[in-house]
Design a protein around this ligand. Structure first.
Ligand SMILES: Cc1cc2nc3c(=O)[nH]c(=O)nc-3n(C[C@H](O)[C@H](O)[C@H](O)COP(=O)(O)O)c2cc1C
Length: 450
């Protein structure tokens, strides 16, 4: 069983756009501001910090997918995950000024950025936020992103992860090219930086050729907390090597337990302590004064999420045109289609359940992208989260909102106190950096040498 000192970690999930996992966020009556209004983000961040969350986390993508029927019409007309997004890096830099403890996570792709871009921007965030930055490392998903960067097709799946491995190696060399005490900044003597504490970087690999050092001192965290979200075998291997936090979506406790124990076993194989990574699974809570009220809130929300939007987002995420099928097609028959990778076909059939059609899968994607929706009073939801946590299915949760900032506000005021009462969640921030909140010490050299 779990140690009595194990504590739940919490992240607030966002996209700096109209929808999140819920495709109804922007049009929900309780959402108070547009995604282009900076006050939306400051209000959300204050709520999360008031609820003592570990961090806020922004997912991101780099293009508007036209996978569904070769068109972007549905995405734009109704607002899919791809339709519009602000760049999360300036958004979190802005939030650094209005918060003092909340971790600030940004998604950046190793396929379309260079290590220098990442190290510059996250080191700057590290200084601006006093050690609260996190980088969600993704390899990107679809051809529309490739075409933004002059590539007619997205790079092959496993090759993207090979590039991501080398990307992390280079980025860590750059982050470590200055010793923590290299900046002397002594006005009296006039000494600025000690050249002996700067380490040149000479990297020549398959994907990158980089000569350093960096031109900036490391911030308090040294490098951002590395977050990852990948579910394939190759993706898990990458996560086990590098991630300090993993974001995952699981249908139930059993699936989550299997995922967590697989990642922890792979970490051990790679010489890493399994407790060096926090595995956070996503949930979408609907809190009510009674369970019936919570169910009504969920149903009202789900009715606002258009199924065709779910199909559009699913097509973009899986880089596959589901528009070739009629909506009444059984998911079980879809599972025979060879153009979809086997693991994906299996997973879709399992998510849809027996008798499910493409339309019903579209409804699931539109309302939650398969993130489990939890309904109940604050105490009921807290007990459900405790059950996942105590079964060692996860180290905490990514809370996905249905409306903003209300979903987070209800969670902070109704669920967090119940988790505290159960002795499973902090009553105050003990430290100042995100790694302090997560109880982590950072990546070791073994991870770099693996
Ligand atoms: C829960 C979850 C969230 C993800 N969020 C993003 C994201 O915000 N942006 C992105 O480009 N990719 C995102 N991805 C994609 C992964 O980082 C990865 O590149 C993709 O899933 C392919 O790897 P896989 O086959 O190992 O899952 C996400 C994946 C999962 C499972």
């Amino acid at each position: 069983m779990s140690s009595p000192h194990r504590q739940i970690h919490l992240a607030g999930f966002l996209i700096a756009g109209p929808v999140v996992h819920s495709h109804a966020v922007w049009r929900h009556p309780l959402t108070t501001r547009r995604f282009t209004d900076p006050r939306l983000y400051t209000e959300v961040a204050r709520v999360l910090e008031g609820g003592l969350f570990d961090f806020v986390f922004f997912a991101d993508r780099l293009g508007v997918s036209d996978q569904l029927n070769g068109s972007r019409d549905v995405s734009f007309r109704y607002g899919s995950q791809d339709a519009a997004r602000l760049d999360p890096m300036p958004v979190v830099s802005y939030l650094a000024a209005s918060t003092s403890r909340l971790g600030l996570g940004v998604t950046r792709s190793t396929t379309y950025f260079q290590p220098n871009h990442i190290v510059r921007s996250f080191t700057t965030l590290d200084h601006l936020s006093a050690g609260r930055g996190a980088w969600n490392v993704v390899t990107s998903m679809n051809d529309s992103e490739g075409r933004m960067f002059g590539q007619p097709e997205h790079m092959d799946h496993d090759r993207r992860y090979d590039r991501a491995d080398e990307f992390l190696e280079v980025a860590l060399k750059l982050w470590r090219s200055w010793d923590a005490d290299a900046l002397i900044h002594d006005k009296a003597s006039g000494f600025f930086v000690d050249p002996a504490r700067i380490h040149p970087v000479q990297h020549k690999g398959t994907f990158f050729e980089v000569e350093g050092p960096m031109n900036m001192p490391p911030g308090p965290a040294g490098h951002p907390v590395i977050i990852q979200a990948g579910s394939s075998g190759r993706g898990r291997r990458f996560g086990a090597r590098w991630a300090e936090a993993i974001f995952t979506i699981n249908r139930d406790i059993e699936e989550a337990r299997a995922f967590r124990s697989d990642v922890r076993a792979q970490m051990a194989q790679q010489g890493r302590a399994p407790d060096g990574c926090r595995i956070l699974t996503a949930v979408m809570p609907f809190v009510g004064r009674t369970k019936a009220e919570a169910i009504a809130r969920r149903d009202e929300h789900n009715a606002l999420a258009r199924p065709e939007l779910g199909i559009a987002t699913m097509s973009g995420q899986l880089n596959f045109d589901f528009g070739v099928y009629d909506g009444a097609t059984l998911v079980a028959e879809l599972a025979e289609d060879v153009a979809l990778p086997y693991a994906v076909r299996e997973k879709l059939a399992a998510i849809g359940g027996p008798g499910a059609t493409l339309d019903s899968l579209g409804r699931i994607w539109a309302s939650s992208v398969r993130v489990p929706q939890l309904v109940g009073t604050g105490a009921e939801i807290a007990r459900e989260l405790a059950a996942w946590f105590e079964a060692e299915a996860c180290d905490g949760f990514v809370i996905s909102p249905a409306y903003l900032p209300g979903s987070f506000a209800e969670f902070a005021s109704e669920v967090v106190p119940e988790l505290q009462r159960l002795g499973l969640f902090r009553k105050t921030y003990a430290g100042t950096t995100l790694r302090d909140h997560l109880g982590l010490t950072g990546l070791t050299h073994e991870a770099v040498a693996a």
